[in-house]
Design a protein around this ligand. Structure first.
Ligand SMILES: NC(=O)c1ccc[n+]([C@@H]2O[C@H](COP(=O)([O-])OP(=O)(O)OC[C@H]3O[C@@H](n4cnc5c(N)ncnc54)[C@H](OP(=O)(O)O)[C@@H]3O)[C@@H](O)[C@H]2O)c1
Length: 254
């Protein structure tokens, strides 16, 4: 529950080691926040960030929950474990995903399975479990890290882009479903972000830092926004891309 000053008291990050996720949490930290829960598969790694939070805000309780982002069937239990630690969830950021850069999926179709499972199937069951929780609370903001890659899927990252297109569409529909109960979902569509996920890759135009994405997200959490693009110019760039004739789109160099 937000306190009298409108500060979210419990913040949960799925993908507790995500560079963008951690930047968003950092931006949301302030006096009055009571709990941060880092949900990750590598608690030791997530705890580096946990210790950083404790150093900056000794009054905030940092909790860890372990999860496997591929285990779609476990998401209800994981959300229940989080709730047992914090009672209500004010803001939850869903950041776990796999990019699959450099994989030849045509030669190795089975390599698509973990991407589809982590980015789509298990994220879908997680959003449903979180949706049920915010419905019961009567409030709560769910932040889904989607991607511009899902707006019009490119041949060079077809598997990743398709998973993002699917989860993005699902989250927007779920947001409609939750709105009558007081909860909401914010879908975030970043472009290229310099993070662990993109290490070693050539920067794309309009690339951003995790801190810049976090600033836009923190602002949007406090608004009624349902979708944001980071940076915002990508909204217009992809509006054009979406409507390019196929013959032209096929000739694009990506
Ligand atoms: N970076 C970009 O250019 C970009 C652009 C658009 C959208 N996004 C989206 O933003 C989100 C965060 O990405 P990021 O840039 O912060 O990348 P990141 O630092 O690589 O974060 C990805 C997170 O996913 C977690 N993860 C992957 N597989 C998992 C599994 N099976 N179980 C549990 N956790 C798992 C990783 O955990 P480990 O640390 O344990 O591997 C890590 O916490 C993702 O949804 C991504 O698709 C990123």
């Amino acid at each position: 529950m937000k306190n009298g000053l409108g500060v979210a008291q419990s913040i949960v990050l799925f993908g507790g080691t995500s560079d963008i996720g951690q930047a968003i949490v950092s931006d949301l930290l302030r006096p009055g926040v009571a709990h941060v829960v880092l949900v990750s598969r590598n608690i030791e790694e997530a705890d580096r960030f946990g210790q950083d939070i404790t150093q900056r805000y000794p009054d905030i309780d940092v909790h860890h929950v372990r999860f496997d982002g591929q285990d779609a069937a476990a998401m209800t239990r994981v959300v229940q474990e989080v709730v047992s630690l914090v009672a209500d969830i004010d803001v939850v950021i869903v950041a776990q995903a796999l990019l699959g850069d450099g994989i030849d999926f045509l030669q190795n179709p089975h390599e698509a399975i973990p991407l589809a499972t982590v980015n789509f199937t298990a994220t879908m069951t997680l959003l449903l479990a979180l949706g049920h929780q915010v419905n019961q609370q009567g409030y709560g903001r769910i932040v889904l890290l989607s991607s511009v890659a899902g707006e019009r899927v490119r041949r060079s990252n077809a598997v990743y882009g398709a998973t993002k297109a699917g989860i993005d569409a699902f989250a927007l529909a779920l947001d409609h479903e939750l709105s009558s109960g007081g909860g909401s979902i914010l879908v975030v569509r970043p472009g290229f972000v310099t993070s662990k996920m993109t290490t070693g890759m050539q920067k794309a135009p309009f690339s951003a830092t995790p801190a810049a994405v976090a600033k836009s997200v923190a602002r949007a959490i406090d608004s009624n926004a349902r979708i944001i693009w980071t940076p915002s110019i990508l909204r217009w760039v992809f509006m054009v891309f979406r409507h390019l004739p196929t013959a032209l789109w096929r000739r694009m160099p990506f």
